[in-house]
Design a binder for this molecule. Structure first.
Ligand SMILES: NC(=O)c1ccc[n+]([C@@H]2O[C@H](COP(=O)([O-])OP(=O)(O)OC[C@H]3O[C@@H](n4cnc5c(N)ncnc54)[C@H](OP(=O)(O)O)[C@@H]3O)[C@@H](O)[C@H]2O)c1
Length: 240
């Protein structure tokens, strides 16, 4: 199971969740390799994890990452496209370079990662791809045009890939996360967090363990007929 962005807030919690499960973790990071190493050093694993570093903005880095990840067991059965970046800029002030950077990490990288891993999945007749999107793709939010567009792009990417790959036993789903207690949310001011909490019907932020449990279900045999879906994990904060 390859998790991109395992060094981030959500990725670290997913690593904790899956550490003792019957799964071999292939953990990717970019700049946070030391944080990830420190986390891994402090956890017990059912199977020793493998750590990789790559800038997912670079095609060659994506290809090398996938080659190395596949070398561990010959193929990667489960890909969690979790790495992502946010960008705060009002649309008419957003630089093209910043737009491209966000698209590259949030949308192009999941496409490229999938493309690299798919030949082995197709050969095996089994695969699970989970793309991590955001409620912001559905609701929009001021100052997030690039982020929202990139995350909405994952809906279309997943839906088309799901149709293409269903005959080969490969499912492709998207999880649209609401506001979680870890990760990007930690960059917000206390005031902004309180505003968000008031808007969430469940009156609390989501916990990554719930995402882990959802992914665990999607990985399993009971979910082999579930593909092309957008699964919302948002405490009732719907939009769009
Ligand atoms: N937390 C939330 O409330 C929330 C809500 C909705 C959706 N999401 C989605 O959940 C996912 C994880 O978010 P998070 O909250 O964990 O964010 P985070 O703490 O900021 O972590 C982001 C991860 O993406 C990686 N990354 C960033 N730029 C990269 C690049 N150029 N190449 C490779 N990796 C790169 C980071 O790697 P390094 O740190 O190693 O550089 C880090 O592991 C994202 O896709 C995000 O959009 C989160």
């Amino acid at each position: 199971m390859l998790i991109t962005g395992a060094s981030g807030g959500v990725g670290q919690q997913l690593t904790r969740f899956f550490a003792k499960k019957e799964v071999c973790l292939l953990l990717h990071s970019h700049r946070g390799i030391q944080d990830l190493q420190a986390l891994v050093d402090g956890l017990d694993f059912s199977h020793p994890p493998h750590l990789f570093q790559a800038d997912l903005e670079e095609l060659e880095a994506v290809q090398t990452l996938c080659e190395k990840a596949m070398a561990v067991h010959g193929s990667v059965d489960v890909l969690i496209n979790n790495a992502g970046i946010s960008s705060a800029a009002i649309s008419w002030k957003l630089d093209l370079s910043e737009w491209n950077r966000v698209m590259s990490v949030n949308l192009t990288a999941p496409f490229l990662m999938s493309k690299e891993l798919l030949p082995a999945m197709r050969k095996k007749g089994f695969g699970r791809i989970v793309n991590i999107s955001s409620i912001v793709a559905q609701t929009g939010a001021v100052g997030t045009a690039a982020y929202a567009a990139s995350k909405a792009g994952l809906f279309g990417l997943s839906a088309s890939m799901a149709r293409e790959l269903a005959p080969k036993g490969i499912t492709v789903n998207t999880v649209a996360l609401g506001y979680m207690s870890k990760g990007m949310i930690e960059e917000l001011s206390e005031e902004m967090k309180e505003d968000l909490l008031r808007a969430i019907p469940a009156n609390r932020f989501g916990e990554v363990e719930q995402l882990g449990a959802l992914i665990e279900y999607l990985m399993g045999p009971d979910a082999d007929y579930m593909t092309g879906q957008v699964l919302n994990l948002n405490g009732g904060l719907y939009g769009g």
